[in-house]
Design a protein. Structure first.
Lengths: 189, 189
C-alpha cells in the first residue's frame, strides 16, 4: 500500500510517500516540504500548496492520502491556515478518487514512538530509525509527513478490522431487534 | 464590477452574484446554497462545494470573489470546516486568476446595516431592501452571501483609496528619509 503523508501548513507543508508492506515493513519513497511566503495572499499560497500536492499525486500515484487532523492550536489564524492547506490537498485527492484518512497528532505520535505525547525530537528519531534513514529528515514538517504515512500504514489494517467488527455487531443488533419484534407480535396476538 | 459573495460552510455554503454600479447601486444576479450531507467524508464534501463554486465562476465570470473571513467560532470543528470550504473556493478563484477578498462578519454587518453587531434578521431585511427583492432570500446563508457581495461592492473603492493613500504616504516617508540622509551627509562633511 502506497501512502502519501501530509503535515498540512501554508508556510511549510510536509509531503511524504511511503510504501507499506506486510507486517510493519515500511519503505520511504520521497519526502519534501512545500513553502509559501507569509506575505503572499491566502489564495495564492493555497494555490502553491495545491499545485505541489497535485504534482506528487500524479507522479507517485498513492492509494491513500493521510492528513494530520487539526483540532485546535494556540493561534487561531495558524489553525485556520493549517486546516485550509489540508482541505485543498484532501480536495485534490478526492478529485482523483483517492481516499483521504485523517489522524490526530497524538495518534501519529503513539503509532511511531509508542507515546501519544512524544516531542518533535523523539518523533524525528523514531521516523529515522523505522525507515532506516542515514540522516534525520529536516525540517520537522518533513519528519511529521513521514510519521503520518507510517501511522497510516500501521493503523489502516486495524481500522479496517474495527470497521468490519462494527458492521458485524450492527448486523447482529438488527437481527436481534427483528426477532424481538416478531416475538412481541406473536405474544400480543 | 461583478462580485461573487461566499458565505463558506460545508453543510450549507451560500453563493451569490451581484453587479456593483456607480455609487451604491447594486444589482442581484443570482443566489443559491450548496449543501452537503454531514455524514459524508470531509474530502467528498469539499469536492461538492468546490464543484459548485467552480460552476458559478465559469458561468457568471465574476471579477472578484468576496469570502467571509472566519476568525473563531464556539465549535472548533465547525470553524475548521468553514475555513476549509472558504479555502477550496479561494483556490478555485486563484486558479482562474480571479482576486479573492476577505471581509469579517462585523465588516459585512456594518456595511449593509450600519451596525457591526446586527443580527441575522436585520441583515436579511437590509439585503432584501438594498437589492429591491420581492421576497427575503432564504436560508440565512443565501442572505449572508448576498450581504458579502454588497459589502465588497461598497468597501472595494474605499479599500482602493486607502491602499493608494498608504502608498503615497510610504513614498513621502521614503523621500523625507532620503532628504534627511543627504542633509546629514552635507553637515558632516
Amino acid at each position: 500500500m502506497r501512502v502519501m503523508g501530509v503535515d498540512p501548513g501554508l508556510t511549510r507543508c510536509g509531503l511524504s510517500i511511503v510504501d507499506g508492506g506486510s507486517g510493519r515493513k515500511v519503505t520511504p519513497v520521497a519526502v519534501d516540504v512545500v513553502r509559501t511566503p507569509p506575505e503572499w495572499e491566502l489564495a495564492q499560497r493555497l494555490l502553491v500548496v495545491a499545485d505541489g500536492a497535485e504534482a506528487w499525486l500524479d507522479k507517485y500515484r498513492p492509494e491513500v492520502v493521510a492528513v494530520e487532523r487539526v483540532f485546535s492550536q494556540h493561534n487561531v489564524r495558524t489553525a485556520m491556515a493549517t486546516a485550509q492547506a489540508g482541505g485543498v490537498i484532501a480536495l485534490a485527492a478526492a478529485r482523483r478518487g483517492i481516499p483521504v484518512a485523517f489522524h490526530t497528532p497524538s495518534q501519529v505520535k503513539a503509532a511511531v514512538t509508542g507515546n501519544g505525547t512524544a516531542d518533535k525530537a523523539q518523533v524525528t528519531a523514531m521516523v529515522t530509525r523505522i525507515l532506516g534513514l542515514a540522516v534525520a529528515p529536516k525540517p520537522a514538517d518533513a519528519a511529521d509527513a513521514l510519521a503520518l504515512a507510517i501511522c497510516h500504514c500501521w493503523r489502516a489494517p486495524m481500522l479496517d478490522r474495527m470497521a468490519k467488527a462494527e458492521e458485524l455487531a450492527a448486523q447482529a443488533r438488527r437481527r436481534y431487534a427483528e426477532r424481538l419484534a416478531q416475538q412481541r407480535k406473536a405474544v400480543s396476538r
